[in-house]
Design a protein around this ligand. Sequence first.
Ligand code: GDP
Ligand code: MG
Length: 671
Amino acid sequence: MPNHNSRVLQGSSERVQIINDDKNFTSDLSTQIERWGLRDAGFNYNIVAVFGSQSTGKSTLLNRLFGTTFDVMDETKRQQTTKGIWMCRGKGMSVMVMDVEGTDGRERGEDQDFERKSALFSLASSEVLIINLWEHQVGLYQGANMGLLKTVFEVNLGLFGKKVQDGPQSRTLLLFVIRDHLGVTPLSNLQNTLTADLMRIWDSLSKPPGLVEAQLSDYFDLMFTTLPHKILTGEKFEEEVARLRERFTIKGREDYVFKDVYHKRIPADGVAVYMENIWEQVQTNKDLDLPTQQELLAQFRCDEISTAALVEFNEQAKSQKRPIEAGKVVEGLGALMKNWRDQALARYDRDASRYHQGVYSRKRLDLHATITSTLSSLFLGQLKNLHKLCLSAFKSALHATLSGNGTDYNFGDVVGKATSECETRFQAGGKEACIEETEWSWEEELELLREEIANVAEVFRKDETKKMVNLIERNFKRQISEPVDVALNKATPDMWDKVLGAFKQLLERAESSYLKKAKSFNCTEEENETALGSLRIRAWLALRAKIDELTADTAILGKLRMHFEERFRYDENGVPQVWKPDDDIEGAFRQAKDETLALVPLFSKISPVDSSLQYTLPPSPVNATEEEFDFASSLVIFSESKYLDLAARFRRDADAYFVEAKRSTVSSIAQ
Ligand code: GDP
Ligand code: MG
């Protein structure tokens, strides 16, 4: 759209020589079209060209009609001014006006070549060709203009002869402007003469096969007008020109010249490239195949437009690349990506959709694919990061609950809640990041995440189960200590019954507390069996450890000594014995010693009076570590030799008491 800054306003009156004297195409047209403010006009612009002999007032006419600034011949010098082809923007109009170097009937040859080339060039792009001629040239069938028209018709047949779908439109308006009209011959007569000449020329053309029947009216619309003498009737000339101008400016008029049907459908931003290509083909005398030219133009421009659309897109996509590579989950990435993509496609569509539809669609698919693949790596990165985030949130949730308050939770519930939170979060993130018109999916990643959280939960579960079993074991150890102490200190014949009774009761309590807890851990039958088996063995080992502690050498000797002393040094009332010479010291000594020695076998093996108690503990060594555990041998507390050793050591102690007792009677006699 035209920008109303001074430079462009100034630019709008600039002209450019698109083909110079050496028949080279300018490299400035593209920039110039932009400076004219027409680059973004799409199809909302028109192209008109003028043809005619030299110095017939063509440039003068164009400047009057379009407010252009083409050079006009200086009256006093009378030399050719317009060389090659010039272009200017119509003042206040979206029109590109081409002033084409005139041909002179007197100088043929070289000129004819340029005439042909410029005709091809103009027909391929212009909607309206103004054919400028003097009134006195009308009817001169052999005149210079007729040669020009023959050329125009011929090249037109070559260009637009075969109608191709999707190709440029083939209709062109020929506007005959008859200059220096005296008024003696009415326009209608001039028009008839000219039309008859045109028909004659058309008929005389050798037409390519398949086009023999083609009519002039299949390709051209004809329009005629006259202008009075500019010098002799200056005022009238200006009036008529002003009226003629209305045919170019007032859309509603019936004789409006820029009808849609004449438009060559080259988007304004492609005009420069298109014209340059056409000129190159014309120059190298190649067959000018316009549909191909349009396709080539479309390819070139659609690529350019696509690249431009990608530049901004890449800039946007890059902004999130770093954070994602750094492991960040970008909030609202899906919406961002969709926005970038839609913007890029909209930029492309805006400019490219005017070009050859096949090419436009093909390149759009390419662009879409490029964009999708760039976004796809962001998407995959985001999923990966989301996966990590959800997994670590899952771990933290388990940690927070489990490491806190001991046993006051249901493990299954904790895991179930954390799992569903984790999955919900991932699904929401995955859905957000996945944009339509892609084949992306987050479901497989969710499956992977599910597996991982299941593994993590399993590790936690095993740990927690272990912790729980350890806790139960610790409680058991604490509780078993006292009843064993009490029982072994009394050393009654049923002391093992008491010990095993307490053991059985505490073990049952431990087992039921395990089973209650195991439910919330979703433990399997097999795990329960293993855990219970190991719990039983560990409970038993704890019991044995306690027994070992109480039956260590010094401990057991202490017990024996105490037992003996209670019988030998104190009477039945617990009063210390004072031996008199008549007392049966030997008898008492032997009895106390024998009774005490009888304890040694009682301590040496766990053997309850009620033998059913002995089988409280089923020997079930399931765990590898406890494999060597042999229940039967664990009932034995002293070996035979240890037994003899303890008995011998006790005897020595007892003997010492006997000697001491004896001495006490001797000393009492001595007093
Ligand atoms: P071009 O070579 O066809 O572009 O012709 P120019 O526009 O340069 O004009 C050539 C000469 O013809 C100039 O001296 C103009 O003043 C003069 N001229 C322009 N228009 C007319 C016209 O309508 N009638 C006559 N007789 N001379 C004209
Ligand atoms: Mg001129």
